[in-house]
Design a protein around this ligand. Structure first.
Ligand code: TXA
Ligand code: MG
Length: 560
């Protein structure tokens, strides 16, 4: 079959419409990933999708529409919840599953009595649906099992000669497939995480269950709620292993492979991966799939898929990064574990599937960074964690202690700020503060001198508490600014409404309201912390936040 390449020009969109009306298949861009489209109501056309992709016939297709009035004929009934979701998130990356009507062929629904419908936001996808004049069934435009393509080159690369046309719409802005939510059961159920997050859905629906298959392998014999979940998926040709650990530990561990493999050390590989991951043969080319910040530190070939805290960008870049790894000829890939918060859950879910659920948890103590704006109640949460047996490092307290201001540190400070800040070797904190906080450059100098000592003290504490086994909580107001977030495998943020924080710091630190307001205005907004956290707990009047934090930390300890 000759595959035409089309562009965004109106005559090409019209041509795509004509091909589709005539029962052909056309790959089109959407805001999530490229889709392989055919007339959803024509069994013969739909069969061509399955053939082109090599897709198992029991894996149902999503039906794409552009206008709400196209929806009722496709389903048995439209409950109010479905309409509320459409109102909130359409057009956009959300697929809603309901009982299907008789006009949806069994080929489209993979033999199920339900159908997933989505109203895409991408202008070209919409234009093609309009031009076709029929609802379009469109799975992701990859060959079955491979990563979904998010650009024209990879779409064409996989389907040339197998479909009637591929339409070039540039790169897909979301980068992971739509969120799939089933309203066909008693409780709304998330079957696949995507661009619309669970938090977003809960805002509209209240209760939403997350199907266990989103983050765990299906138990043998258990039926998948979404047939797509039972297949290994999104996989590059290389074996992929998700590596869970702090950026620092990840870097050290991955770099350990650099020399070992060139020396052909099978024993090293076996030891590093542990008994759960036997290797059939020694991998020739090890590569890393990592965050932007980590890539320069690595001594194996690295493909970056976004900044550590840039979850939207990770989603956008993930699939093209998986294709890149194949192009580089990697055999064994270590993927740096993304945070599964917000849209990160979609990124994590795709990586887990690409890795067939192989996750390597690095040894060494799990360090949890505890962050949040002042007055949010971070120390209350820290205390609750300490009561639960977690080792908690209070960086503020540590910073004021002898562990930081030892003789060597004091000597450096004397050179910078005058002998008399420590008469007879005993630090006069008041005098040091007077000298160091006169201007910005003096304060900066103080930071430059003390920070390495603080860092050394923190590391010593981590080693000491870590040796006792349990996770270590690092309560550090300037975790990100200091770079100490690189020793943390998880980040927990505590936030509270501004007025509540104001009240607390007035009470706690004896400030006037004006002083307290000024202190708060100099701080980073709660969102800064929430965006970086694996979990952000909102600290209200009750003890709920502390309980939530303890539950999360317990979960992380177990490897969650
Ligand atoms: O973003 C997207 O959704 C893209 C673009 C092209 O729209 N499409 C897409 O389709 O990702 P596909 O077929 O690659 O993934 C659909 C997933 C599969 O895992 C499938 O099993 C599940 O949704 N699914 C579809 N209809 C379903 C149904 N009626 N019940 C349960 N799961 C369903
Ligand atoms: Mg797919």
């Amino acid at each position: 079959m000759r595959t035409q390449t089309l562009c965004a020009a109106p005559e090409d969109v019209a041509r795509a419409g004509k091909i589709l009306r005539a029962g052909g298949v056309v790959a089109i861009p959407t805001e999530t990933v490229y889709g392989l489209a055919a007339n959803a109501l024509d069994p013969a056309a739909v069969k061509k999708i399955f053939a082109a992709k090599g897709r198992p016939a029991d894996n149902p297709l999503i039906v794409h529409i552009t206008r709400l009035e196209q929806w009722p004929p496709l389903v048995e009934e439209l409950p109010p919840a479905a309409l509320a979701l459409a109102e909130a998130f359409w057009p956009g990356p959300l697929t809603i599953i309901l009982k299907k009507s008789g006009i949806i062929p069994m080929e489209t629904s993979g033999g199920l009595d339900t159908v997933g419908v989505r109203c895409p936001a991408h202008p070209l996808a919409r234009a093609v649906i309009e031009a076709a004049g029929v609802p379009l069934a469109a799975p992701s435009a990859n060959r079955s099992g491979e990563p979904s393509p998010t650009d024209f080159v990879h779409t064409l690369g996989g389907l040339r000669g197998r479909v009637d046309a591929v339409l070039d719409g540039g790169d897909c802005p979301v980068g992971v497939e739509s969120t799939v939510l089933s309203l066909a059961g008693d409780t709304p159920r998330l079957l696949r995480p995507g661009g619309v997050t669970v938090e977003d859905l809960r805002q509209v629906l209240g209760r939403v269950e997350v199907d266990p298959a989103v983050t765990a392998m299906l138990a043998p014999g258990r039926q998948a709620a979404s047939p797509g979940m039972k297949y290994k998926h999104y996989a590059p040709k290389a074996q992929l292993i998700v590596v869970d650990g702090s950026p620092e530990d990840y870097t050290a561990w991955v770099n350990g492979w650099a020399g070992a493999l060139s020396a052909g050390q099978r024993a090293f590989a076996a030891e590093a991966l542990g008994p759960r991951y036997p290797l059939d043969e020694l991998p020739g080319r090890v590569a890393a799939l990592c965050f932007d910040e980590t890539a320069p530190e690595l001594r194996v070939p690295a493909v970056a898929y976004g900044p550590r805290y840039g979850r939207g960008e990770q989603a956008r870049r993930l699939f093209s990064a998986l294709y890149r790894l194949d192009e580089e000829g990697a055999d064994l890939v270590f993927a740096q574990r993304p945070s599964p918060a917000g849209v990160g859950l979609a990124v994590y879910n795709r990586l887990l599937r690409a890795a067939a659920f192989r996750v390597k948890r690095l040894s060494g103590p799990l360090v949890i960074g505890l962050v949040g704006p002042s007055g949010a109640g971070k120390s209350t949460v820290g205390q609750a964690l300490a009561r639960q047996g977690f080792g908690v490092i209070d960086c503020d307290r540590l910073t004021r202690s002898e562990k930081v201001y030892g003789p060597a540190c004091i000597a450096q400070l004397q050179v910078a700020f005058g002998e008399d800040i420590a008469p007879g070797g005993r630090l006069d904190r008041r005098r040091l503060a007077e000298r160091a906080f006169t201007d910005a450059s003096a304060a900066k100098r103080l930071g430059e001198i003390t920070f390495p000592w603080i860092e050394r003290a923190v590391r010593a504490e981590i080693a000491r508490l870590g040796a006792q086994g349990g996770p270590v909580v690092l309560d550090a107001p300037t975790l990100f600014e200091s770079g100490l977030d690189s020793v943390c495998a998880r980040i927990l943020a505590v936030t509270a409404p501004e007025e509540e924080r104001l009240r607390r710091i007035i009470l706690r630190d004896g400030l006037t309201e004006a002083q307290a307001r000024q202190r708060l205005s100099a701080q980073k907004p709660a969102q800064f912390y929430a965006e970086r956290a694996d979990l952000a707990v909102a600290n209200g009047p009750g003890a709920e936040a502390a309980a939530q934090a303890v539950a999360a930390a317990e979960e992380w300890k177990k490897g969650g």
